[in-house]
Ligand binder design. Structure first.
Ligand code: G6P
Length: 521
């Protein structure tokens, strides 16, 4: 495996010079070496990629993107800086992937913060203000109080950690992620007294459509912070366009965009950066393997038994599957309305089709989330009482997260996936479902308000704001000739296979070394 790390071998593995078409983790490493040579990687995220289970034992929470970066970092070496999520030491040496024991692994730097600062950053500003704001849900934007100060403080502390790392590490690139950390790059540049490696950022969530004037003060800080990167990646063309609109609104003719580079004259100097569109993805082969794994399949059947979805002869009763954190942006209430319309207008589905929703609680320290969970529970209760029968329940909820080893066969056994997000940066469940279905005829009913709907073609798109039409599409979709359904899935899966998570990673980091050098005054 050591020889795989040599960039001179790249052509033998089909990775063309200048190309970002990585298909496998091995090619991802070759790509990195080609772009950055032997230089390590420095990653900064809000959450850490591990859970400390005690006595030196670590577990790796699911999350394809995090695990892809974790794997790349383990192979090329470097550091990962994140806020601490569990106990254990401040510094952890993370071993390389099992199949490449000679790879360098990496160092995880875990920043500890007082609980109240952490809460004000996480529940207060990141998820009480930024999340609803960027999901076009202004009604749910919470009070600012002092949460912006906490946000700035946490971003500054992380920037300090980055600078500390730069005293011993010379990374090829610093890769920062998501809305919780929009100001890290600005703080790094302000504190740094020396030339910095390229700073890349990926914005995982949607960008707001029309910001209200009341939010301008903090929004201009967030946008300014983002402009301190050399590259920002967005999930879709639409989100990038919206970002550019916001920049124009704030900077007027001091901002210019030529289709690749954005140039903004700011008080602190002129910044030039690239804005890319890189839809986040999955490793489809991994889900296909999991979906067929005998042990996972057995465990998934147990889940189905618990949910009363196994018939007397062990046959699987028809069900649609939904897998979402209990977040208002996932459209749980809209989903219930769709089912109500389905059972009212297409009564043949009563008693013959259930919904299995896997809905782990999330962000329970944010009041809007607690309130939403209660509303959803009440709505599910009403639907089940109205349509349920002694031998059939319309909606079964599993209020905990399930590992991918169980989810993949659950996707495979299902008649379809119902994705009702009212706004979603991407929605990887859509891609995981299709990968797990490989060769199957289960139907993906995907909300048109997701990044996935914007970036994959030929799918049955539903609109969670139009329950009657969505119910009709579900009824029709499930009645389609299985061969047509299979062909549609095959086409969508082929596009996921081409645009998998390894390619997403490489597009984010492609040619960053040659991106225009920022002029700092
Ligand atoms: C979703 C979003 C990510 C975000 C994450 C935070 O998965 O798609 O962009 O970073 O939520 O989740 P957390 O559990 O840390 O609030």
């Amino acid at each position: 495996m050591a020889s795989l790390l040599s960039s001179s071998l790249a052509p033998a593995f089909g990775l063309k010079e200048g190309s970002s078409e990585c298909r496998s983790p091995e090619e991802m490493v070759l790509f990195y070496r080609r772009e950055f040579g032997r230089a390590p990687l420095l990653v900064v995220t809000n959450r850490e990629p591990i859970v400390w289970e005690g006595a030196g034992h670590l577990s790796f929470p699911p999350g394809g993107v995090t695990q892809t970066i974790h794997r790349l970092l383990g192979m090329v070496g470097g550091e990962w800086i994140a806020l601490r999520d569990s106990s254990g030491p401040d510094l952890l040496r993370i071993s390389p992937p099992r199949e490449s024991p000679e790879a360098p692994g990496y160092l995880l730097q875990r920043l500890s913060l007082p609980d109240e600062v952490r809460e004000a950053h996480y529940a207060g500003f990141s998820n009480g203000v930024l999340w609803p704001f960027f999901h076009d849900d202004p009604e749910r934007v919470g009070e600012l109080r002092n949460s912006f100060e906490a946000y700035l403080h946490v971003n500054r502390r992380l920037a300090g950690k980055v600078l500390e790392s730069l005293t011993t590490l010379s990374p090829g690139v610093i890769w920062i992620h998501d809305y919780q950390l929009a100001l890290v790059a600005r703080e790094v540049r302000r504190m740094a007294g020396h030339h910095l490696p390229p700073l890349a950022f990926f914005w995982h969530i949607p960008w707001v459509d029309t910001p209200s004037p009341r939010d301008t003060a903090w929004l201009s800080e967030v946008v300014e912070g983002l402009l301190f990167h050399d590259r920002i990646g967005f999930q879709t063309e639409g989100y990038r366009e919206r970002f550019l609109d916001t920049v124009r609104r704030l900077y007027g003719d001091r901002a210019s965009w030529d289709g690749e580079s954005l140039c903004v004259r700011m008080e602190s100097g002129t910044r030039t950066l690239s804005l890319g569109v890189y839809p986040v993805s999955i490793d489809p082969a991994h889900f296909d393997r999991l979906a067929r794994d005998p042990e996972g399949t057995r465990a998934a059947r147990e889940v189905l038994r618990e949910a009363d979805l196994l018939g007397p002869g062990e046959d699987v009763r028809p069900y649609l599957v939904s897998v979402d954190r209990m977040d208002y942006s996932k459209g749980f209430l809209e989903r219930i309305e769709i089912l109500e319309a389905l059972f009212t207008r297409h009564p043949s589905r009563i008693g013959t089709l259930s919904l299995l929703q896997v809905a782990p609680p999330t962000r329970q320290s944010v009041e809007a989330y607690r309130r939403y969970s209660r509303q959803v529970e009440a709505a599910v209760g009403r639907l089940n009482a109205r349509f349920g029968r002694s031998d059939w329940v319309p909606v079964k909820t599993i209020a905990r997260s399930l590992p991918q080893t169980i989810l993949a066969p659950l996707y495979r056994f299902s008649s379809g996936a119902l994705i009702t997000a009212t706004k979603d940066g991407m929605n990887l469940v859509a891609k995981e479902f299709l990968a797990s279905q490989k060769g199957g005829d289960g139907v993906l009913f995907l909300s048109r308000h997701t990044g996935a709907a914007q970036t994959m073609e030929g799918l049955a798109l539903i609109d969670p704001f139009d329950p009657v039409q969505s119910a009709r599409l579900i009824h029709q979709g499930l009645s389609l000739d299985p061969e047509i359904r299979r062909r549609r899935n095959d086409r969508a899966l082929a596009s996921i296979e081409r645009n998998n998570v390894c390619r997403w990673m490489s597009e984010n980091l492609l040619s960053l070394r040659s991106s225009p050098a920022p002029i700092l005054r």
